[in-house]
Design a protein around this ligand. Sequence first.
Ligand code: ATP
Ligand code: MG
Length: 427
Amino acid sequence: MSQNIQSVRGMNDILPGEAEFWELFEETVRSWLKSYGYRPIRLPIVEPTPLFKRAIGEVTDIVEKEMYSFVDSLNGELLTLRPEGTAGCVRAVIQHNLIAQQPQRLYYMGQMYRHERPQKGRYRQFHQVGVEALGFSGPDIDAEQILMGARLWDDLGLDGIKLQLNTLGQPEERARHRAELITYFESQSELLDEDAKRRLHSNPLRILDSKNPAMQEMIVGAPKLMDHLGAESLAHFDAVQQVLRDAGQPYEINPRLVRGLDYYNLTVFEWVTDRLGAQGTVCAGGRFDGLVEQLGGKPSPACGFAMGVERLIALIRDAGGEPAPQCVDVYVVHQGTAASRLAPRVAEGLRDQGINVLFHCGGGSFKSQMKKADASGAAYAVIIGDDEAEAGEVTLKPLREEGAQKRVSVDNVADEIMNSFMDMEEA
Ligand code: ATP
Ligand code: MG
C-alpha cells in the first residue's frame, strides 16, 4: 500500500477556519499601509543565490545554514527560495530604476523560506509583510516606520507589544567597536560556543545576537557600540527618540539588538511580546543605507521592517479576535427539470445585486437540500420547484429567524432580500 504524501516539515497548510484570520489580517494591513502612502510591489519567490549572499552577508545564520538553495537542473543556475524580502525588493528597485526620480515607499507580503528547526512561531515556510522606504536619509522616516507599527497593533486589537531600539552606527564606528569586541571575547574564550568561536574573527558582532542561554551573562558584559559612536550617529539616534517621545511611544534601548542580517546601520528596532514564548519578536527592521550600492545601484539611503505573520496571527487568536463568520446570504434549492434550468439564472441575478449565493449542486431531495441550506448559515433559502418555475416565481424562506415563507416573483427576489437586510440593520 502506498503511503499518503504529507506536506514538507515546517511548511504548513492554512485551512479554512484559520485562513479567515489571515484574510482579515491582510485587509487590515493593506488599509493601514494605504493610510501611510505605501504602494504594493510583487516580487519573485526565487532569486539568484548570489543576491542573498551579497545582501544578507556570508557570515550570518541565514546564509550559512538556513537557505533553500538549488541548482536549476535545466540551465545550471544557482537559485534560492527567498529567506527574506529586502534583498529582492532592492534588486527590483535597481533593475527598474525606481528611485531615480523620487523616493519610494513600498510593501509586499508573502512566503519566506528558512531551513530552521520547526517549533511554535518558527517554521520553514513562513510569511512576512515587508515595508521599505528607499531614498530617504533622515531620522523622520525611521520614526514614522516605528510609529506605524504601534498603529497597526492598535488596528489589530493587540496590546502588550513592546518596542526595543538600538543604533548600529556606521561601518567605521562598528569597525572600532569590533576590535574591542574581539579582544573581549578572546578573554572569555572558555565561555564561547562553537558558533561564536567560528565567528570570533569573521563577524564578532553577530555573537551578541546569540540565543545560547549559557553565553548570555558573558554577552551582557561586552563592550558597547554606543561608546564608539560619533556625533552624527548619536544625533540621528536622538532625533528618532525625540519623535517617539513626542508621540508618547514608550521604548527600551537594547544595546544587544544587532539584528541577524549584515546590511543594517544606524537605527534598528524590534517589536516584542512575551505572549509567544521564546519566539517573541513579531516585527523587526531598521536602516540599511549601504544596501542599494552594495547590490550595484546608485548609493541611496533606505530603511524598512518586516513582520512575522504567523506570530501576529497567533497573537490575534490568543487575544480572542474573531473574523466575522463568512456565511453566504442565500442558499438556492431547486428540483425538477424546469426549476433546475431557472435556478442558475436566479442565482446569478442575485449575485448581480451583490448578494452572496451558495447554489446547490449535486441534486437530491428537497429535504436533503434544505438540511444543507440550514447548515450553510445562509439567511434565506430560495426554493425553486417546477411549480414556482412555471409561475416565474421562487419561494423565499427565512432560515435564521421566525417568519413565514412567501412566494416572490423572480424579478423581485433580490429587492425583497436586500430590503429585509436593511430592516435587519436598522433593528
Ligand atoms: P528570529 O530572531 O526570531 O530568528 P530574525 O531576526 O531571524 O528572527 P527577521 O529576519 O528580522 O527575523 O524577520 C522578521 C520577522 O519575521 C521576525 O521578527 C519574525 O516575526 C518573523 N520570522 C523570522 N523567521 C521566522 C520563522 N522561521 N518562522 C516564523 N516567523 C519568522
Ligand atoms: Mg532567525
